[in-house]
Design a protein around this ligand. Structure first.
Ligand code: SF4
Length: 402
């Protein structure tokens, strides 16, 4: 049986208001039934899984995983909780995981502990015989949800209306977008990027066109454009709820960067004030942030880069270093425990995990593993062939430039 492939639609406001933000640091998993009490929508699953205590889940996942052996590979994004990451055969950021998904030729099943757009990408890059599974279908991404394909198609039509069909606009979409948007980039001379390779993809695009439409994260787009000497006065924001994105025709003609009005609800929590406080408390602190943070925060930090960059930077820092990190707290806590000889802390004192990554609870992982051991595939993610073919063009361009 293949379950319904579309994730339930969850209003952005619900995703953005993380019910898991708290002021103490305990993010240990509880039974799923208890976590349901947070008041957000989750995918329903049998009561027996919901009531299982963390220790029982742990043992049963280990047994079910061992039984499946090489037939399955588990990929875990850095932002997953520890109780999930411990079962990941591979962990990484979305770029590393997309490469790993493409290279897992022998695994029948790819269990993607991340969010929906990542599982879609894994399906596009894996072979037709492989099945990609997202343990909880409600694990989406609020940023990806801010760019709906219909709105992006309208934007593309508007740009052609103002600038003409052969207009030199190169679309770049961040990995955190739907397969349909990656396909639009593929068929219109565009490319996909991640936070690891955004600079290389900008170089690629600027060699082929004179304007970039960047989707859906305005901050990564702006922070990367600044590295190319593009000034903020040469950038416009595209608000999908306004005619021409809220711009005049002249503004569109003059712009070098057209930034979609999207953002990450996790990374925009970090502020310049938090950086100032960290510096006041620890004069020798090194502040490293993710480029999904605002321009002001990136400029106030000492360095910035993808989750892989941050991980390597912390690992290679000398013993005794003090490092304040502006990225998702599950990852920061893991970095702290993996580097006990350094002081690693999150810039934001309120513990606030990515609420959609957090929806991959161990009970879901056990549920899908049990299903596979019984010959039942649940939560398979598939992308239709036409979309996948066009999206693969944009993804292959990305894999070729880095
Ligand atoms: S951290 Fe931000 S961009 Fe990443 S999955 Fe969560 S909401 Fe999306």
């Amino acid at each position: 049986m293949v379950a319904n492939l579309r994730p339930p639609t969850i209003p952005i406001t619900e995703i953005e208001q993380s019910a898991f933000c708290q002021t103490d640091e305990d993010l240990s998993a509880r039974s799923l039934e208890e976590e349901f009490g947070a008041g957000v929508r989750w995918q329903k699953l049998p009561l027996s899984y919901m009531r299982m205590k963390p220790e029982e889940l742990d043992q049963r996942i280990a047994d079910a995983r061992a039984k499946l052996g090489d037939r399955a590979v588990i990929l875990g994004h850095h932002y997953q909780r520890d109780e999930i990451i411990k079962y990941a055969d591979f962990r990484g950021d979305s770029f590393k995981l997309s490469q790993l998904a493409a290279s897992q030729e022998n695994a029948e099943f790819i269990i993607f502990c991340g969010v929906h757009f990542m599982a879609e990408t894994a399906d596009i890059l894996s072979s037709p015989e492989q099945k990609v599974i997202l343990p909880n279908l409600t694990a989406g991404c609020s940023m990806a949800d801010m760019a709906r394909i219909d709105d992006v198609l309208d934007c593309w039509d508007d740009l052609e209306g103002v600038l003409g069909a052969d207009n030199g606009v190169i679309p770049i979409t961040y990995m955190n977008s739907t397969a349909a948007i990656k396909a639009l980039c593929g068929r219109n001379g565009g490319i996909v990027c991640t936070s690891s390779n955004a600079t290389a993809t900008f170089e690629w695009a600027l060699a082929r066109g004179n304007k970039i439409l960047f989707l859906p994260d305005q901050h990564l787009g702006r922070n990367t454009a600044l590295k190319f000497g593009i000034g903020v006065d040469e950038m416009i924001i595209w608000n999908p709820f306004k005619p021409l994105g809220g711009n005049t025709e002249q503004q569109i003609r003059d712009a070098k960067m057209i930034l979609w009005q999207g953002h990450c609800s996790v990374h925009t929590r970090f502020t310049v004030e938090q950086i100032a406080q960290a510096r006041e408390k620890f004069p020798d602190v090194h502040v490293v942030v993710h480029p999904e943070c605002t321009m002001e925060v990136v400029l106030a930090a000492d360095s910035n880069g993808s989750t892989e960059y941050i991980r390597d930077m912390v690992a290679n820092a000398p013993a005794g270093s003090v490092i304040a990190v502006g990225t998702e707290v599950s990852m920061v806590n893991r970095l702290a425990s993996e580097n006990p000889d350094k002081k690693i802390f999150c810039l934001d004192s309120v513990v606030c995990p990515c609420s959609t990554m957090y929806r991959i609870h161990p009970a879901y992982v056990l549920w899908v593993l049990d299903g596979l051991n019984e010959g039942v595939v649940v939560n398979q993610i598939t992308v239709d062939e036409e979309t996948a073919t066009q999206a693969r063009v944009a993804l292959d361009r990305m894999l070729a430039v880095v």
